[in-house]
Write a protein that binds this ligand. Structure first.
Ligand code: ADP
Length: 287
């Protein structure tokens, strides 16, 4: 499966331009992390991909066919977990998935439902009413419905928000297994989620793509732009962007920062993915 986004722009009726001339090629198998600050345009992009919105300019091709004519085709190939996913509280997990399977027109719903319940580890809650589930369990139901019918293209919008660390790890493993033979697009602003599972990263900021490539390439781009220093040694100026500030037991404050040019008192360090992301977003990268 391949998706080509060509010169896509999207303006809302109020005139707000959420995406500006996007060009992207997404190809299975891949687990792609979509990163960007709030308001960057991530949800808008995902809504375009699920045809909840149409672009005001440009086109999206699915396996070479324009999305508008491929729309029905894509719907059968798409699993989607929106950010504000509503569940029916009075249904049991199985009843809800049965309903979603019917909406998707699945031929063998029982077998499919069993498979996805197993995948998200909810066997024990299969007969429980949704209103009795914890936040993490509800999120698992949302993910389960996206997996129904084994669609080759999956979109998850902020799937790990509100989950505890253990649940997040469980989901990361699930996403990684899911993406072995499919295209999975994961929108998040949790860098650890991306770092541990994604083979590709797309960074959007102000409706534009700032970066598309491997995590390693993004990290490399910040090499020589990250360092640590003691706050007492720091001069005032110098365009440093502090990314961490730690009170040490000796009473000194140790800072980590990104900058276009590191001052002499800053000791260079290997960048992490978070450093690289912050450096990119801070707009100090030379074009
Ligand atoms: P993200 O998902 O990265 O937080 P969004 O795609 O939701 O970003 O929003 C991108 C921009 O478009 C923001 O400036 C947001 O305020 C604006 N926006 C989103 N939805 C609408 C809408 N329905 N009408 C007008 N502006 C919108």
């Amino acid at each position: 499966m391949e998706i080509n986004i060509q010169n896509v722009s999207m303006s809302y009726p109020n005139g707000k331009q959420a995406l500006k001339n996007l060009n992207l090629d997404l190809r299975a198998p891949s687990l792609i992390g979509l990163l960007g600050p709030n308001g960057a345009g991530k949800t808008t992009l995902m809504k375009l991909l699920v045809t909840a919105l149409m672009p005001t300019e440009g086109s999206i091709l699915v396996d070479g066919q324009p999305l508008d004519s491929a729309e029905r085709l894509l719907k059968s190939k798409l699993g989607y977990l929106p950010q504000d996913f509503g569940l029916f509280d009075e249904l049991t997990v199985t009843q809800f998935l049965d309903y979603m399977a019917a909406l998707k027109g699945l031929r063998r719903p029982k077998a499919e439902i069993r498979k996805v319940i197993l995948a998200v580890n909810l066997e024990e809650k299969a007969k429980a009413k949704i209103r009795t589930l914890s936040g993490g369990q509800r999120q698992r139901v949302g993910i389960a419905q996206a997996l129904l019918g084994a669609p080759p293209f999956l979109i998850f919008d902020e799937p790990t928000v509100g989950l505890d660390p253990e649940e997040r790890i469980h989901f990361r493993n699930l996403f990684s297994r899911t993406a072995e033979d499919r295209l999975v697009l994961l929108s998040t602003h949790i860098i650890e989620d991306v770092q541990s599972v994604c083979d590709q990263i797309i960074v959007i900021h102000h409706g534009q793509i700032l970066f598309a490539g491997t995590p390693e390439k993004l990290i490399q781009s910040a090499s020589g732009h990250v360092g640590v220093f003691w706050e007492k040694d720091a001069a005032k100026e110098q365009g440093l962007r502090i990314t961490a500030r730690v009170n040490t037991s000796e009473g000194l404050i140790r800072c980590r920062a990104v900058a276009d040019r590191l001052p002499a008192y800053v000791q260079p360090e290997e960048p992490t993915l978070e450093d690289a992301y912050l450096y990119l977003i801070s707009g100090e990268v030379a074009e």
